[in-house]
Design a protein around this ligand. Structure first.
Ligand code: CA
Ligand code: CA
Ligand code: CA
Ligand code: CA
Length: 261
């Protein structure tokens, strides 16, 4: 059985390589931002409401795209300001769409069965789907997406929200501090002869299933105090008990004084 030893050894080395975090190399972009102010999902990216977000800017054929990512205690918020000369909305023929595909397991492997994908398109068509058994995208039975898009100047503004943990097996199951892989797909079908799909991170393809070079989203830890229950100093109940005790002390004090007189 001596010949088995090199085989077992190489299996051990290979599996330990798989466990080294550095191996699941994503592209190096990390979005991580907490906000205490939930943005209004109305298809208008106001600088104020997205001031806390992590951003990335890159070029597409028609100009620039800026991506915004942040989370609060319940939701992941994503927005994109996309240079585009039209907001196309011919249903099923020419739609401008923002799609985000997730690597929920953050394994950097393949975009595979069960993984989460969300989208917001022209006419405010929202999508919450998953990779089906045939590797096609199917709709979730539980839709956990809110989103809107509008056109401002020469830009399309996409805003979308998705729960950190919806409880749906076909969605990301995030938690504070957890890292999730993501790629952002921008479908632009300006005119019938000019369909473009731009992808972030740059260099990632829309067709390739490999998640190796996707970006990272870290679900940021809350920076605000959870002030429910005991708000700084004395909890309400203790203040109440002290007030009652002082009241009784004053009452007995007055009785004692009366008896002495
Ligand atoms: Ca808004
Ligand atoms: Ca367009
Ligand atoms: Ca869902
Ligand atoms: Ca989903």
């Amino acid at each position: 059985m001596k010949y088995l030893q090199p085989i077992i050894l190489s299996i051990l080395i290979f599996s330990s390589l798989l466990l080294i975090p550095g191996i699941k190399a994503h592209d190096g972009t990390t979005f991580e931002a907490y906000t205490t102010n939930a943005p209004t999902i109305d298809g208008v990216i106001n600088d104020d409401e997205w001031a806390d977000a992590s951003t990335a800017t890159f070029s597409i054929p028609e100009g620039e795209v800026t991506i915004y990512v942040m989370n609060d205690r319940r939701y992941l918020y994503i927005a994109a300001k996309v240079a585009d000369n039209t907001l196309d909305e011919v249903v099923n023929v020419a739609l401008d769409i923002l799609t985000i595909d997730f690597d929920g397991r953050h394994d950097g492997q393949e975009f595979n069965v069960g993984e989460d994908t969300i989208s917001i398109g022209a006419r405010n068509r929202i999508g919450d789907g998953f990779v089906g058994p045939g590797l096609d995208i199917l709709d979730d039975s539980q839709i956990d997406v809110d989103g809107m898009v509008s056109r401002i100047g020469n830009f399309n503004h996409f805003e979308i929200s998705h729960p950190i943990d919806s409880g749906d097996a076909n969605d990301i199951a995030g938690d504070y501090g957890k890292t999730i892989g993501a790629r952002f797909l921008f479908f632009d079908q300006s005119g019938s002869d000019n369909a473009v799909i731009s992808v972030f991170p740059v260099g990632v393809s829309a067709e390739d299933r490999s998640q190796r070079l996707w970006a990272d989203i870290v679900i940021a830890n809350p920076t605000d105090d959870d002030s429910s229950g005991s708000s700084g100093g004395f909890p309400i109940t203790e203040v109440g008990i002290i007030a009652v005790l002082l009241g009784w002390a004053a009452y007995f004090g007055s009785i004692i004084r009366k008896r002495r007189n």
